[in-house]
Design a protein around this ligand. Structure first.
Ligand SMILES: CC(C)(COP(=O)(O)OP(=O)(O)OC[C@H]1O[C@@H](n2cnc3c(N)ncnc32)[C@H](O)[C@@H]1OP(=O)(O)O)[C@@H](O)C(=O)NCCC(=O)NCCS
Length: 373
């Protein structure tokens, strides 16, 4: 018996090759004695991404992925691989929440190395994820799936915004399995340093619109304790107030404790987090927030994380204010990164307007797919 045999003794088996889906041990750190399988799976994931986008710009380092995987309090994240002759050729991720409405959903991802495709490994992994969700009584699965190219014909989501090439392998694969396209996300890239004139124009317009009613605060790393409860509200509203198109994204409830917990784990990783918030002066409560994360290497791009302005505070260009604030903060604190990468729903015109005004250009698209149990 190899060590892999002991990981998941009852993983599903490929009908022809006998290859089995193995659950990986999540190591405590990338240097841990049991980290090798996890590191190998990250290589597979990044090779699939590199093949699709032609660069390593969107890759994740193993140490950047670990903080999320190590959260066992609020979420349950599992990673699987399939091996051919002992070498990992495909990976799959399965993520659920422990409580609330969100516990009814499983967010999944999977990929197979280009040279190992059309041999049934994708099906083996997908069947495993779908049957896990069914066994655990999850009512739906959601997947964010890269779809590149301008091939015709197109498949459009019910939002009517954006589309994916209907003939692409991943689209055929998902449709055959009964998944439905609910939304299209645009991934955009801002080359750094940005055009200062364009940024200044957005900054001036945003400040004029926000006036004295709102106050901007920014910080690097740990959030001040006074804002944790408001940040929890904003994170919760992120799951309900951001456009989710034809996908039934459940409410994912955050508490101050969960925010602090997540922050602690993430700060222990190699990324630096930059936060901007706007305070509604009259109520002393936060009306919106935006976060950017920068990897340790300045040769890699920074990634825009969540940005939200609460519905009741929209129309004051606070999104613009936040976007410029995080960009200014990143440039001041960590100059030298080549770009910022961000993801927005194709129907989210207000956010796309901000990004386009600042100088973001489209890089690629993702379909948001779901399957009801
Ligand atoms: C989509 C992906 C996972 C499929 O993996 P795979 O191991 O090739 O899948 P399978 O061999 O099990 O294919 C099952 C069926 O899907 C369909 N399919 C898969 N790739 C296809 C392609 N390139 N063109 C047309 N149909 C395709 C076919 O119906 C295929 O059955 P067949 O080979 O008997 O005709 C793989 O192409 C991949 O990793 N793509 C990049 C990452 C990605 O898009 N992931 C999807 C996340 S859910």
């Amino acid at each position: 018996m190899t060590p892999h045999d002991t990981a998941v003794p009852d993983g599903p088996v490929h009908p022809v090759t006998g290859v089995r889906v193995e659950q990986l041990v999540v190591p405590a750190s990338v240097d841990a004695h049991d980290a090798a399988d996890f590191l190998e799976s990250v290589e597979v994931e990044n090779a699939i991404r590199r093949d699709a986008v032609g660069s390593d710009e969107l890759s994740w380092e193993a140490a950047e992925l670990l903080p999320g995987l190590l959260d066992t309090t609020w979420a349950d994240r599992r990673r699987f691989v399939v091996r051919e002759n002992g070498v990992a050729v495909g990976f799959a991720d399965y993520e659920t929440r422990r409580e609330g409405d969100a516990a009814g959903t499983a967010w999944v991802d999977l990929g197979v190395l280009p040279d190992a495709r059309r041999r049934g490994y994708g099906t083996l992994l997908a069947e495993h994820l779908e049957s896990l969700a069914a066994t655990e009584g999850r009512s739906q699965l959601i997947a964010y799936v890269r779809s590149l190219g301008d091939g015709e014909p197109r498949l459009a989501p019910p939002t009517g915004f954006g589309s994916v090439p209907a003939g692409n392998g991943e689209v055929r694969f998902l449709q055959r399995r009964g998944w439905e396209l609910g939304q299209v996300m645009r991934c955009s890239r801002l080359a750094l340093p940005p055009d200062e004139e364009a940024l200044a124009a957005v900054r001036d317009r945003a400040r004029a619109a926000a006036g004295d009613e709102y106050r901007l605060h920014t910080w690097v790393g740990r959030s001040p304790a006074r804002w944790l409860a408001d940040l929890a509200d904003l994170e919760t509203r992120m799951s309900t107030d951001a456009p989710s198109g034809g996908v039934d994204e459940p409410e994912d409830v955050w508490t101050a404790e969960r925010v602090a917990d997540e922050e602690e784990r993430s700060l222990a990783g190699p990324r630096t987090r930059f936060t901007a918030v706007v305070e509604h002066v009259a109520s002393g409560r936060l009306a919106g927030f935006s976060q950017v994360e920068a990897p340790a290497s300045r040769e890699r791009p920074a990634f825009q994380q969540d940005t939200l302005v609460l519905r009741e505070h929209r129309g004051h260009r606070l999104g613009w204010l936040l976007k410029v604030a995080t960009t200014d903060l990143l440039l001041a604190e960590r100059p030298g990164h080549p770009a910022v990468i961000t993801y927005n729903a194709e129907e989210n015109r207000p956010m796309l307007d901000v990004n386009e005004a600042v100088g973001f250009v489209p890089l690629e698209h993702e379909g948001v797919w779901s399957k009801k149990a």
